[in-house]
Design a protein around this ligand. Structure first.
Ligand code: IPD
Ligand code: CA
Ligand code: CA
Length: 262
């Protein structure tokens, strides 16, 4: 079963990636979902449709949680596909080449398989529960940096950042002022894939959705990393905050986040 889930997830991600690659840099429809900068393009829908159709052709009895179409499929299925057809929509809408497709499948509390695909670089990140994490077929693992001060970190800000939930701006300012380099790619799924691949040493963000994190969560886990909430509690896909690191600098970042629900 795991092998077929993986095959299906990869096929769906490659198909969606090809659609996004074709649309990237062209003229297309862009709408606002909420606020003024939470965008959705016609390619978000095209990619999502291709993903769901592909999965249905393998598993017509499964259910879906997808960013643009919500909960669909066979409600009583044990298998749920968690899909972000285009993570990094604001980048895509502005022709910034940093975005990906993120697909995971879960059964109960287990994420069984996760795939993140960056179509412009043709980078395919795949994780299988208990089976490791891979980039284009080669095993990846988290970095070995044990000092936050010499780490490369990445974060993101939720669309409602103006309401400053979960101390996100304070934490950013605190860490950046101490001279530590922080990136903000604009794609939480890629942030997590890059932690898994050892490119970043740590990532934190609040108010993400399961489709932003499901595949990346499994990648980081399978690559040997650590994931918790900001208060150190166990992470799950509907947690309000996420800190994903190589494990070695986890406590140092937790200390900097110094999380309190204001
Ligand atoms: C967004 C990206 C971004 C993060 C936002 C997400 P979207 O997803 O992952 O990095 O900061 O919170 O909503 O809208 O591009 O799929
Ligand atoms: Ca997203
Ligand atoms: Ca999206």
């Amino acid at each position: 079963m795991l092998e077929l889930l993986e095959k299906c997830a990869i096929e769906a991600a490659l198909k969606a990636g090809a659609i996004l690659k074709e649309g990237f840099g062209s003229t297309f429809e862009i709408k606002n979902k909420t606020g003024i900068n939470n965008l959705v393009t016609e390619y978000d829908f095209k990619a999502e449709n291709a993903i769901i159709e592909t999965i249905k052709s393998y598993f017509p009895e499964h259910k879906f949680l997808a960013e643009e179409t919500g909960d669909t499929g066979k409600e009583d299925s044990d298998y749920q596909w968690v899909i972000d057809p285009l993570d990094g929509t604001v980048n895509f809408a502005h022709a910034v080449p940093v975005f990906c497709v993120s697909i995971a499948v879960r059964k109960g509390k287990d994420v069984l398989c996760g795939v993140i695909y960056h179509p412009l670089l043709d980078e395919l990140f795949v994780a299988v529960n208990g089976g490791g994490a891979y980039l284009n077929g080669k095993t990846i693992s988290i970095s070995d940096s044990d000092d936050m001060k010499t780490s490369l970190l990445v974060t993101g800000f939720p669309y409602n950042v103006n309401e400053n939930p979960h101390n996100c701006v304070d934490t950013f300012v605190g860490i950046v002022q101490s001279g530590i380099p922080i990136r903000r790619l604009g794609s939480a799924a890629l942030d997590l894939a890059y932690v898994a691949a050892g490119r970043f040493d740590g990532f934190w963000e609040s108010s993400l959705f399961p489709w932003d994190m499901a595949a990346g969560y499994l990648l980081v886990k399978e690559a040997g990393g650590k994931i918790t909430q900001y208060n150190g509690d166990e992470f799950w896909l509907d947690s309000p905050t996420i800190l994903a690191t190589n494990g070695l600098i986890h406590d140092q970042i937790l200390k900097s986040i110094n999380y309190s629900k204001k």
